[in-house]
Design a protein around this ligand. Structure first.
Ligand SMILES: Cc1cc2nc3c(=O)[nH]c(=O)nc-3n(C[C@H](O)[C@H](O)[C@H](O)COP(=O)(O)O)c2cc1C
Length: 191
């Protein structure tokens, strides 16, 4: 099982990275191969909104500016068995780096016949600070998933005062995802 984590976290420490490390550890505990893609380090273009709204993304499912690293990054996601999208909550939305990347990816992989359709995804949206805006951020992420046919496995997010148990939830969710559990399965707990 290959898990790709697409991270819009600009920082390498702090609450968001603690949650991402928990996901990495959980997936590894299930024997998965895990790759964390840190968008902050790639300095990718935003969508150039070619032509009258569509470019090569319409006919070819390809971004004509993809040599900036977009195409290679997208390929990592396409090769993965399951995905994790991770972001801090900024202004009740996902981070700008993640939004810019997903705006381009959505164009190329839109619809149920796109290469992402049917893959499972774990959504991680950490409001960290005041705690507001997590729901609207997750709604934005959910809309992306609908546009490309990703199946949401679970949604998780930590605030400053919930990090202890949300970190455990992130570990457990990633382990379950990486062990092959499917959205719709029923978990039986033996007391
Ligand atoms: C530009 C910006 C906007 C933010 N907007 C929100 C917000 O809407 N709601 C919230 O609870 N926290 C907000 N925060 C706080 C971040 O979500 C918080 O810093 C982060 O999740 C804490 O994790 P960290 O230790 O990884 O930085 C914002 C932070 C920044 C920098």
């Amino acid at each position: 099982m290959r898990i790709a984590i697409l991270s819009g976290n600009p920082k390498t420490d702090g609450l968001n990275q603690t949650m991402i490390q928990a996901v990495i550890a959980g997936a590894a505990a299930a024997g998965a191969e895990v790759e964390e893609i840190r968008l902050q380090e790639l300095k990718l273009l935003r969508c150039q909104v070619c032509g009258d709204g569509w470019g090569t993304c319409l006919q070819d499912r390809r971004c004509q500016f993809g040599a900036d690293g977009f195409t290679d990054t997208a390929e990592c996601l396409l090769q993965a068995d399951a995905l994790v999208l991770a972001t801090p909550v900024y202004w009740g939305e996902m981070s700008e780096t993640l939004k810019c990347f997903l705006d381009r990816l959505r164009r190329c992989q839109r619809g149920q016949d796109g290469a992402l359709a049917g893959k499972q995804v774990l959504l991680l949206a950490n409001p960290g600070g005041g705690g507001g805006g997590q729901i609207s951020c997750l709604q934005e992420m959910e809309r992306f998933c609908q546009h490309v046919g990703l199946i949401i496995f679970d949604t998780i997010g930590a605030r400053r005062w919930t990090l202890d148990y949300q970190r455990q939830a992130a570990f457990a969710a990633a382990r379950a995802l990486a062990s092959g559990r499917q959205n719709g399965d029923t978990v039986i707990i033996e007391e």
